[in-house]
Design a protein around this ligand. Structure first.
Ligand code: NAD
Length: 259
């Protein structure tokens, strides 16, 4: 039976991707720092091929333990690691408390890099395996107002491209998801000096939310297709187009006080 381990499996995108792969008959491992979220996702899935693993992606020892527990608890396979846990932090970079900056860098990049590095032997031992990292549309052009977050997502993008090259010889495919806006708890993060949430700014700007089920379908396609980066949603596709053909306009937009 094919097996996927999902970080951030206790909420949002991770939960939807868990449901999608489970529906296809896969064994699903849910890893998250939030035990209530893990239980809520597990309740949606068949108990005989779902496992939950409480872990903090910032901790290499926890990664080693959970990877071994998940792979040895099944048929010894790791077909997909969905390296998806992430947090947002908005607001002016110049005012960001250093502990917030550390947390964003650690969860969004160190956690992803640890996952990739420590899952490597398991992925290498599983024919046709895939590492799927959740980047963001913020990895297409640096996002003013989300500078630290955006920078970590560029790092995830870079890691994805580098490992897609490096691990091709091992038969491991490496992919990223680049979602625009998905209506999950992550968008409750305060922006604009704490006056608004990221969700409010999406609504005010008249931008769309992509349904989480669409993200899950595209995660399935990303794992089974050949594209290194999977753009998710209209905003992501428009940003990618603008970054390629009208970077000056994007720069101007990022420099305007009200984006
Ligand atoms: P979410 O808040 O619904 O889910 C994130 C999950 O990650 C939560 O269950 C949380 O408990 C878990 N998590 C946080 N820190 C962790 C840690 N240290 N160790 C283990 N688990 C941890 O958000 P989501 O929207 O589903 O986000 C999933 C991924 O998608 C993130 O990487 C996010 O940056 C990315 N993303 C989201 C959007 C969006 O609009 N929602 C857009 C682009 C990219």
């Amino acid at each position: 039976m094919k097996a996927i381990l999902i970080t951030g499996g206790g909420s949002g995108i991770g939960r939807a991707v868990a449901a999608r792969f489970s529906r296809e008959g896969w064994r699903v491992g849910l890893a998250d720092i939030d035990p209530a979220g893990l239980a809520a996702t597990a309740a949606l899935l068949p108990a005989d091929r779902t496992s939950t693993h409480r872990m903090d992606v910032r901790d290499a020892g926890e990664w080693e333990h959970v990877l071994a527990e998940f792979v040895e608890g099944g048929d010894g396979r790791l077909d997909v690691l969905f390296n998806n846990a992430g947090i947002a932090a908005g607001g002016a970079f110049g005012d960001m408390p250093l502990d917030t900056l550390d947390r964003v860098l650690d969860v969004n990049f160190r956690g992803v890099a640890y996952g990739a590095r420590l899952a490597y032997p398991y992925l290498k031992a599983t024919p046709g395996s895939c590492l799927l990292n959740t980047a963001s549309a913020s990895a297409i052009y640096g996002s003013a107002g989300l500078a630290a977050y955006s920078a970590t997502k560029f790092a995830v993008r870079g890691l994805t491209e580098a490992l897609d090259g490096e691990w091709a010889a091992d038969g491991i495919r490496v992919r990223s998801l680049m979602p625009g806006f998905i209506d999950t708890p992550l968008l409750s993060v305060a922006v604009d000096g704490g006056n608004r949430s990221a969700r409010d700014t999406v609504v005010e700007a008249g931008l769309e939310f992509t349904p989480v089920e669409t993200v899950a379908d595209l995660a399935w396609d990303a794992v089974h297709g050949d594209r290194v980066h999977m753009l998710v949603g209209k905003t992501a596709r428009r940003l990618a187009f603008a970054a390629r053909w009208m970077p000056g306009r994007l720069r101007k937009m990022m420099r305007s006080p009200r984006r």
